[in-house]
Design a binder for this molecule. Structure first.
Ligand SMILES: NC(=O)c1ccc[n+]([C@@H]2O[C@H](COP(=O)([O-])OP(=O)(O)OC[C@H]3O[C@@H](n4cnc5c(N)ncnc54)[C@H](OP(=O)(O)O)[C@@H]3O)[C@@H](O)[C@H]2O)c1
Length: 242
């Protein structure tokens, strides 16, 4: 059983917490007694997810926040500050993907993918960083993808956004690691979530990781002894990529 610091309840903000890896991560942090901020665009689902945590004796605050909107992100952070306080851990998880050739990828699709996976990560990180630097502590945990470093067909826009986010994150780590802030890059392979269509999930079910697998890895990284940090972790199904 993992134990948190006595008399202190960490505040964890998980973006994209309506379902999939984000929801599993929110639940996993709630299970070790953290206060959870769940954000995403689907208000009803966020409320259902938060209610489940609260019913089990935990603390959860559902917040509508589209990570592509600077205004939304700033206002979500102001609400968190007002209602809960500083954020100890930001899990940048919100993401979208399309499986499409370069030729068929529209400008609109490209913009959405970059705005969510790269710009959204920048915006959310930007609002939490000043307080983390001031207090000389905090975790920024970023959910990238093996697509950031491995080439796949029909994945150019997604890979570009994830590779950009990974580069941004590595630079950020360089700048903040001596100031007490830990930046952790998580690169998962295939996880069985709504990101994949039904036929892929059916065909590869036994070969895919589950959202809880990624969530458990994230929580165990957070709970590592203070003297160390995990810079980067790659999680793949045992048999490798699909
Ligand atoms: N599944 C995989 O195989 C896999 C592998 C590697 C990495 N990843 C990464 O893991 C992360 C989570 O994906 P998932 O597999 O759990 O997919 P998912 O089940 O489709 O969940 C995606 C989450 O992102 C949220 N989201 C999307 N656009 C958003 C926006 N503009 N603002 C705020 N939230 C937004 C969605 O919530 P709303 O729709 O309510 O906003 C949802 O909660 C993504 O960054 C993805 O790239 C996934």
């Amino acid at each position: 059983m993992i134990e948190l610091e006595k008399n202190y309840t960490p505040v964890i903000w998980v973006t994209g917490a309506t379902k999939g890896i984000g929801l599993a991560t929110a639940n996993a942090f709630a299970a070790i007694g953290c206060k959870i901020i769940l954000s995403g665009r689907n208000k009803n689902q966020l409320e259902v997810n938060a209610r489940r945590i609260i019913d089990q004796g935990g603390f959860a605050l559902p917040l509508v926040c589209d990570v592509t909107s600077e205004k939304n992100v700033r206002s979500a952070y102001a609400t968190i500050n007002k209602k809960v306080g500083d954020v100890d851990v930001l899990v940048n998880n919100a993401g979208v993907s399309i499986f499409e050739s370069f030729e068929k990828t529209s400008v609109k699709e490209f913009d959405t993918i970059v705005a969510t996976n790269l710009r959204g990560f920048f915006l959310c990180t930007k609002v939490v960083i000043p307080a983390m630097l001031k207090h000389k502590k905090g975790h920024i945990i970023n959910i990238h993808s093996v697509s950031a470093t491995t080439l796949f067909y029909d994945s150019s826009a997604y890979s570009a956004a994830k590779a950009g986010a990974l580069a941004l994150s590595r630079c950020l780590r360089l700048e903040v690691r001596k100031k007490g802030v830990r930046v952790v890059d998580v690169l998962p392979g295939a996880v069985e979530t709504d990101m994949w269509n039904k036929s892929v999930r059916k065909k590869y079910h036994s070969k895919m990781m589950q959202p809880e697998d990624v969530a458990d890895a994230i929580v165990s990284i957070y709970c590592q002894p203070q003297r160390l940090t995990t810079d980067e972790i790659v999680l793949r199904p045992v048999e490798g990529d699909l």
